[in-house]
Write a protein that binds this ligand. Structure first.
Ligand SMILES: *Cc1c(COP(=O)(O)O)cnc(C)c1O
Length: 457
């Protein structure tokens, strides 16, 4: 048995993998091969037998400057020799103070509160928002509203504001579901409409909803500019401006979930920057540590903070988490922020993004592609296919091309690390196109293939 096969079998016996119907890996990785990673460098993931895969989705959108970056590695080694971790209640430390100062300078919000994952950051923001209204004498304001197709994580609280039926259905009885309002997804443009018109239309629906429900609503939560998990649904920044105006008018907090789109992904440091607005809460995670260690942060306004500052203990924000503000994770985040400055990453990404868009041109022009689109370093294409398991098939063909790409439904997307070189971009673009051709070749070639497949399932 090869080394890959050995790790694969041991993993399937011992590990419950995320977001996976484990049976699809059974018995021999036939439907969906499990790839054991031995090491990683830059944009590349290496298995145990010398094969390598270009990480076209930044390992679930977390990696920014490539794997195993020497600067982040050095910072972590240094930090490990000083202070690994100390509880953040009653203690503080240099990395958490410096990181909080720098995040405040970058966002215009402060009072950084830390968790270890995106879902926790979302729950922290929701709890803070509702508790703020309670402290302000308005306890009825404790419901939330989000966008259709929104994704904010999958713990029970975060799932309640997530509108992805596949992830939510089985747990619906456990959830205190949030309301959803229409998404400003620009693909919904009707004849004669542009993205701004769709945004206006969605904003009108939000206005109507808030008018009726603001007395009970603590916060609106949005993924600014790109609803990634919905299949890279993109919208015009005008929607965020309208949402800000409406939240001000109806005294509802605006929570910007920048977990996926923050840290330069959409072209600006934070996606909401493109709307020129300031949210009441910002949730950060994923790219925060450059993809090395789990860490999330919630930033908020002085006004929210002030509502908790009191002689009474119970009016404080008593949320606790053992690893809050972990020194190693904070240090990795500081090294990541340094890289933004040292490499002038946002400017560099303008060039890299344009270069990749040109490299993807043949894919974007493909006859079966609909809605080829891009925001900064996020590229997406909807595929007109009858294959019900398009994503899984595509992922397998992509691996054969030396690529990690996992479509969401019938939306193919790429979100590579920022450091991708021209030659690596070529490998990505060529392989993505070749994998598409190979996947489409799997389509049964009779007209009502979809029905036939549905019957067969
Ligand atoms: C990934 C993601 C989350 C959840 O983050 P986890 O670290 O996976 O819990 C929340 N919101 C958005 C927009 C995300 O993309």
């Amino acid at each position: 048995m090869g080394l890959n096969e050995d790790w694969r079998r041991r993993s399937l016996a011992a590990v419950w993998h995320p977001c996976t119907q484990m049976k699809l890996h059974d018995p021999d990785g036939a439907a969906l091969p499990l790839i054991p990673a031995a090491s990683a460098q830059g944009v590349w993931l290496h298995d145990f037998e010398g094969r390598r895969y270009l990480d076209g989705i930044s390992s679930w959108w977390v990696n920014l400057f490539g794997h195993n970056h020497p600067a982040i590695r050095a910072a972590l080694a240094d930090q490990l020799s000083r202070l690994d971790h100390v509880m953040l209640a009653g203690f503080t430390h240099a990395p958490v103070v410096e990181l909080s100062e720098r995040l405040a300078a970058l966002t215009g919000l402060g009072h950084a509160f830390y968790g270890s994952d995106g879902a926790s950051a979302v729950e922290i923001a929701l709890k803070m928002s509702a508790h703020h209204w309670r402290n302000a004498g308005r306890p009825r304001k404790c419901r939330f509203v989000g966008l259709a197709g929104g994704y904010h994580g999958e713990t029970v609280g975060a799932l309640a504001v997530t509108d992805i039926p596949l992830f939510r259905e089985a747990y619906a009885p456990l959830l205190r579901l949030a309301a959803t309002v229409p998404s400003p997804d620009e693909r919904q443009a009707g004849p004669g409409e542009d993205a701004a018109a769709v945004a206006e239309r969605a904003a009108v629906a939000l206005a109507t909803w808030l008018e009726q429900h603001h007395e009970d609503t603590a916060a609106l939560i949005v993924e600014p500019l790109v609803q990634c998990a919905a299949g890279m649904a993109m919208h015009h920044p005008l929607y965020l401006q309208r949402a800000r105006e409406l939240c001000d008018r109806y005294q509802v907090h605006l929570v910007a979930d920048e977990i996926a789109v923050g840290f330069g992904r959409t072209g600006t440091m934070f996606a909401h920057n493109q709307a020129g607005i300031r949210p009441d809460f910002i949730c950060l995670s994923k790219g925060l540590t450059g993809g090395t260690l789990p860490l999330s942060a919630v930033l908020t306004t002085d006004a929210v903070y002030a509502a908790f500052y009191d002689d009474e203990v119970a009016r404080g924000f008593l949320h606790s988490h053992s690893y809050t503000g972990n020194a190693l994770a904070c240090r990795a985040a500081l090294a990541t922020l340094d890289l933004f400055e040292q490499t002038d990453a946002l400017r560099a990404n303008e060039l890299t993004g344009a270069r990749l868009a040109a490299q993807f041109e043949a894919l974007s022009q493909h006859i079966r592609v609909r809605h080829a689109r891009r925001r900064g370093m996020i590229f997406a294409w909807d595929i007109d296919t009858t294959l019900p398991d398009f994503g899984r098939r595509y992922a397998r063909h992509a691996l054969a091309q030396g690529l990690l790409l996992r479509p969401i439904g019938r939306t193919l997307y790429a979100m590579p690390p920022y450091v991708i070189s021209e030659a690596e971009g070529e490998h990505l673009a060529r392989g993505a196109l070749a994998a598409l051709e190979a996947t489409l070749a799997d389509e049964p070639d009779f007209p009502n293939a979809e029905e036939a497949i549905a019957d067969g399932v």
